[in-house]
Design a protein around this ligand. Structure first.
Ligand SMILES: [Zn+2]
Length: 283
């Protein structure tokens, strides 16, 4: 199929047992999971039996898996402790990603805190993140996927063109990719609506980072208007992005083969409806 559609699934109680159980309930063709508390720094070991079962069942059902790294990670932070913990947390998510057979690990691009200049923060991104990319030498290591933010505060990357300097400081590493969150990019001012909105945004992204770097899409509608810099996800078709934009997104060459993960509200009923609608828009 052109674009597998799935969602972020809960895993408390077992990656395979609970996570894939929920995925099946949604009719998900791809899944995203946390491998640590997303609001903490803990780096828990996995359960080898559960990892093995998760990998085997994903393979048997042709479900691609993705990991979302914790939200606290900020490679641009001026606080030494945060910078150090960000490295350990990211290294953990990448290792756990390989252990569960994930294709990519998504991390937020972070911000320049403490009033430090953007260039200084980006230099630190290079210093901290490039060694982690260089550690990805196994055949089954996941890609490291950068997810831009809605543009709050001193965000290092929110507009499509911001990925340019970020990719440059990381030497456009071959293991580097992008996770495009439709709500975030819309919040940052890229109007995805209208006959050309989605195509223009994707064209700009490809012009900035080159072909083949877009590996994953977080398909979320937005509760707020374009450019609002607010990260409030809505169910597909009921926010300010609207279902036509998603239909157009799914027609663009840059999204061919790229899985869609929903991170939307509404519990199981909301998730079921979103997965179903995205499949309909795709087909
Ligand atoms: Zn997202």
């Amino acid at each position: 199929m052109r674009n597998p559609v799935g969602g972020h699934v809960p895993v408390a109680g077992g990656l395979a047992k609970v996570g894939l159980g929920y995925a099946r309930e949604l009719g998900a063709e791809t899944v995203q999971v946390f491998v640590a508390n997303p609001r903490g720094w803990a780096t828990p070991p996995g359960n080898p039996a559960e990892d093995e079962r998760f990998r085997a069942e994903c393979a048997a059902e042709s479900i691609s898996a993705w990991v979302h790294a914790p939200y606290l990670i900020n490679f641009g932070s001026h606080t030494e402790a945060t910078a150090e913990k960000s490295v350990e947390s990211m290294r953990h998510s990448l290792r756990r990603g390989r252990e569960i057979g994930a294709k990519g690990v998504v991390v937020h691009t972070g911000s320049a805190t403490g009033g430090r200049p953007r260039a200084e923060a980006l230099a630190q991104v290079r210093e901290l993140l490039l060694p982690l990319l260089d550690e990805l030498t196994h055949d089954d290591d996941p890609d490291l996927l950068l997810e831009s933010t809605a543009g709050q505060g001193f965000s290092l990357c929110s507009r499509a063109e911001d990925f340019g300097p970020y990719f440059d400081v990381l030497d456009r590493h071959p293991k580097l990719g992008i996770c495009l969150d439709t709500c975030h990019i819309f919040a940052a001012g890229h109007d995805l609506t209208g006959p050309h909105g989605a195509a223009q945004t994707l064209d700009q992204l490809v012009a900035t980072v080159g072909e083949g770097r877009l590996k994953l899409i977080h398909a979320n509608d937005s509760q707020d208007v374009v450019g609002a810099r607010k990260d409030r996800h809505a169910n597909i078709g009921v926010g300010h992005i609207g279902e036509d934009a998603f239909r157009n997104l799914l027609r663009h060459p840059a999204t061919a083969g790229v899985p869609l993960i929903i991170e939307t509200p509404g519990g199981t009923a909301g998730h079921l409806a979103d997965v179903e609608l995205l499949k309909k828009l795709r087909d």
